[in-house]
Design a protein around this ligand. Structure first.
Ligand SMILES: Cc1cc2nc3c(=O)[nH]c(=O)nc-3n(C[C@H](O)[C@H](O)[C@H](O)COP(=O)(O)OP(=O)(O)OC[C@H]3O[C@@H](n4cnc5c(N)ncnc54)[C@H](O)[C@@H]3O)c2cc1C
Length: 448
């Protein structure tokens, strides 16, 4: 209370239930105290105190994570960074924005777009915080062309578990200055440091955008088309895949009809260009590639309204099926293996008796394999999910894939990380954690 003032510390019955879970993981646990941080010095004082007293501290952004990373599984203090929500600077000369961690993706995007600029990472959940995006190394739709969050972070202020404040990186565009601790902390899910300020790079806002919705008679044909774009020198911002089932779920959820649902499988592509002519040339070339590879049609959406109808529906897929209780494997495999992985997920669903809906980012091999509860008794559903997860992660490893493409490991996927990662790599990860946080107070029982 002395650090943050009485009104910014919640205890007992004053703690809202929201703080005991995130958006999906079947992980729930209540904090003993919630600390609503106002600035870096408060966080430093809090961590110094908790380190000395051996009290666990769990950082939390907007709580939209899907792996239980922000759930205080060991109790202790939940450190809510939501009040630190200022855009501190938009530096147009260096094309950078400096923000506090609680700024949401939507707020940052709107602020920079109003100045003709563009923050490229585009995870589906726009109410997630930039601090959370950085700590999960969030990906999203535009990763095909622009990469993921880590590719856009230039500098950070962080508070180490003993309360020391450290500045990493900065405003420079290149950096080969020793070990890149900035990159070690990105994606560390709040286990190494609390991120209190972030400098991200900005790009000029692409003047022209258009999308292509491409129906296919089966998913294999759709997925096998994806490598053909790169071969033809075409670089979309985004290449998403999905099947009719999730379209129907999103129509029910949004109460709006999707522009087409006549086919069993689809690719959805978005392009940007420096001019209308450049954009049209890309769209024409991509449409030709699709039709040559078995597409039923290639439907162009070039007005803002038509594109909004497509992408708002795509953005709602997860929410639409999450409506029902579900769990998810966020595997990533080499791009060419997606069709095999998705077909295998269907087989697993049949074999263990679960309804599985898969969709995701075809352009970078990252798919979300969603296992729905469909009214099954909870214990029975969890047993089936555990068996399905085992089989899916084994298959991903066989295809040279990885456990998580963008949602992270959190608390929910720790066992799979350990099982499907070289033990020497795990030992080095433990060593890194030990070096940053020898007393193990920061977000314990996450990742490892
Ligand atoms: C409908 C929906 C769609 C989604 N789509 C995508 C998508 O397309 N791509 C994608 O990558 N993810 C997606 N996500 C997942 C989620 O939005 C992201 O993981 C996001 O980055 C989480 O941000 P957050 O602020 O909610 O973080 P939280 O859930 O609060 O925390 C996530 C992790 O980061 C840590 N953390 C948060 N802030 C800090 C900080 N300042 N310092 C240190 N540690 C911190 C927490 O301890 C936790 O481990 C989606 C989620 C939903 C619900």
């Amino acid at each position: 209370m002395r650090i943050a003032g009485e009104k910014n510390v919640l205890v007992g019955g004053d703690i809202p239930d929201d703080y005991s879970h995130d958006e999906m993981a079947p992980v729930t646990s209540e904090p003993e105290v919630v600390f609503l941080a106002g600035d870096t010095s408060e966080i430093s004082a809090l961590l110094r105190h908790c380190c000395w007293r051996n009290i666990p501290v769990t950082p939390r952004g907007a709580g939209t994570g899907l792996m239980g990373g922000a759930v205080p599984v060991c109790g202790g203090v939940l450190l809510d960074l939501g009040r630190m929500d200022e855009i501190l600077e938009i530096d147009e000369k260096n094309m950078l924005a400096r923000v506090q961690p609680g700024v949401t993706l939507l707020e940052l995007s709107e602020a920079v777009e109003a100045r003709g600029l563009f923050y490229a990472p585009d995870p589906g959940e726009k109410s997630g915080s930039i601090g959370g995006n950085v700590n999960t190394n969030a990906g999203g739709m535009r990763a095909v062309k622009y990469g993921v969050t880590r590719d856009h972070v230039r500098g950070m202020e962080v508070v180490l578990p003993d309360g020391e404040i450290l500045h990493l990186g900065g405003r420079v565009a290149k950096n080969s200055t020793g070990y890149q601790l900035l990159q070690v902390i990105i994606g560390s899910e709040g286990t190494l440091a609390v991120v209190t300020e972030i400098t991200v790079r900005l790009l000029p806002r692409p003047p022209a955008l258009a999308s292509l919705l491409v129906p296919f008679s089966d998913l294999d044909a759709a997925i096998l088309t994806v490598p053909r774009f790169a071969e033809a020198g075409i670089t979309p911002q985004a290449i998403e895949f999905f099947r009719r089932g999730v379209i129907e779920a999103s129509e029910r959820y949004l109460g709006k009809s999707f522009p087409d649902r006549s086919a069993p499988a689809y690719l959805l592509l978005r392009f940007d260009g420096a001019s209308r002519e450049e954009l049209e040339a890309q769209i024409d070339a991509a449409g030709r590639v699709c039709l040559e590879n078995g597409a039923i049609d290639a439907l162009i959406a070039d007005t803002a309204e038509r594109q909004e109808a497509l992408w708002s529906a795509r953005g709602a897929f997860l929410e639409a099926i999450k409506h029902d209780e579900m769990d998810e494997a966020d595997v990533v495999v080499p791009r060419a293996e997606i069709a095999e992985m998705v077909n295998y997920a269907d087989e697993v669903g049949e074999c263990v008796g679960l309804r599985i809906e898969s969709f995701g980012h075809a352009g970078d091999g990252n798919m979300h394999i969603n296992m729905l509860r469909d009214g099954l008794p909870w214990d029975q559903w969890r047993r089936k999910v555990d068996r399905a997860m085992e089989l899916l992660y084994e298959k991903a490893e066989e295809l040279s894939g990885m456990v998580s493409g963008e949602h992270g490991i959190g608390h929910a996927k720790r066992a799979y990380l350990e099982r499907h990662t070289d033990p020497r790599e795990i030992a080095l990860m433990r060593g890194v954690k030990e070096l940053f946080d020898p007393r193990g107070i920061l977000n314990p029982q996450k990742i490892l």
